[in-house]
Design a protein around this ligand. Structure first.
Ligand code: NAP
Ligand code: FE
Length: 367
């Protein structure tokens, strides 16, 4: 099959872009359901900007502000019912990856009556509502991906709704919204972007074009990570660089998907409540070391893009950002390894690890 690069999201960026480009919301519909978490959309001013942008265009809106971190089926069903009740014909997601992913699932459920299993197995009967996405964290890149990751209690992991029809139509990158991020969220989300770029560069589904983009993203993110490791606060200039690198990383995984690191991370989030980005970063060092031994040329190119001499320096940078690592018991290692080996991302990993190797990665990374 030919290699395809397709990104249907119009990305606006720069200070005040939501208000400056308010007219663009008109192509989406007449009434929005604004989807957010509890506080951050309000605290950052992003919600106020969206409300004033929509009002300036004569567009109506209702607000659903109850998306928790790592949302599941219950919350997105509740919001979709509100979208129907209010007659909303488009969705605006504001927040970290959690509200942005929820916005996508809500867009599907607003127009389709589906079981949880049907939501996870597109295509859908009806087109989802169109979506605009406004990130307030710099890490998931969800504003430019066709993925919505939902907590799946039935399978005790996180499951992926993946379909072209949930790509946001619009994305607005205004780094001022990320200024209020607590240090640990800044770091964890930046590390999520690092795992997207690292895994995306190596993924079996990658192409020369996605690899070029991944290298570009790594060269943007490398200095940001060094800055974060040396400084407690990140001013606007660095927030802008981080948001851009995270967006590029999103474009990469939209084409490549993720690999074993994300597969291992899901249990760490589900059972140990470790933030998504940190959950990935914990095993990223051992992963790149393993890949470096098997694909030295490619990994060497990636490290050079990051501005690092070798995988030891990569691990040292991770260590400085992660601090003290969590511990897994032998039972947890066995359980999480058996879950991870069944994940789809494993097949997307070059020279994929077997279950013993996955157990080793967990043991080394969470000693
Ligand atoms: P998040 O779960 O969206 O948010 C984490 C916390 O940060 C929340 O308490 C949130 O508060 C707060 N927060 C967000 N923006 C803030 C700001 N500007 N200032 C202060 N606090 C802020 O975190 P995330 O790491 O961005 O997203 C993780 C989710 O994304 C996971 O479910 C993961 O699986 C998913 N993900 C999706 C993709 C994709 O391609 N779709 C890729 C990677 C990860 P509020 O609750 O008040 O908003
Ligand atoms: Fe991720």
């Amino acid at each position: 099959m030919s290699q395809v690069f397709h990104l249907p999201t119009r990305v606006f960026s720069g200070a005040d872009c939501v208000v400056k480009d308010a007219a663009s919301f008109k192509i989406l519909g007449k009434k929005a359901l604004i989807v957010t978490g509890k506080n951050s959309a309000k605290v950052t001013g992003a919600l106020a900007d969206v409300e004033s942008a929509l009002s300036s265009q004569g567009l109506g809106y209702a607000v659903f502000d109850r998306v928790p971190p790592n949302p599941g089926f219950t919350e997105v069903r509740e919001a979709a019912a509100l979208a129907r009740k209010e007659g909303c014909d488009f969705i605006v997601g504001i927040g970290g990856g959690s509200p942005l992913d929820a916005a996508k699932a809500i867009a599907v459920l607003a127009t389709n009556d589906l079981t949880d299993e049907q939501l996870l197995t597109p295509p859908f009967f009806q087109a989802p509502l169109p979506i605009a996405a406004i990130p307030t964290t710099a890490g998931t890149g969800s504003e430019v991906t066709q993925y919505a990751i939902l907590t799946n209690d039935k399978l005790q992991t996180k499951s992926n709704v993946s379909h072209e029809s949930v790509f946001p139509k619009l994305a607005f990158l205004d780094a001022r919204y990320t200024l209020a991020l607590p240090r640990h969220v800044t770091v964890n989300t930046a590390l999520d972007a690092l795992s997207h770029l690292t895994e995306g560069a190596l993924a079996n589904r990658g192409t020369p074009l996605s690899f070029s983009l991944a290298l570009q993203g790594l060269s943007q993110l490398g200095p940001c990570l060094k800055f974060l490791s040396a400084n407690a606060e990140a001013p606007l200039e660095w927030r802008e660089k981080l948001l851009l690198a995270s967006n590029v990383a999103g474009m990469v995984i939209a084409h490549t998907g993720t690999t074993a690191v994300h597969a291992l991370g899901y249990s760490l989030t589900y059972f140990k409540d470790i933030d998504h980005g940190r959950a990935n970063a914990l095993t990223l060092g051992v992963y790149l070391t393993y890949m470096g031994e098997r694909h030295p040329e490619k990994v060497g190119t990636m490290l050079a893009a990051l501005g690092l001499p070798d995988t030891a320096a990569f691990r040292a940078l991770l260590d400085s950002l992660l601090g003290k690592r969590e511990h897994l018991t032998d039972d947890e290692v066995a359980k999480f390894s058996s879950i991870a080996i069944g994940a789809r991302n494993i097949a997307n990993t070059p020279t994929p690890p077997d279950v013993r190797e996955i157990a080793r990665w967990y043991r080394v990374s969470l000693p």
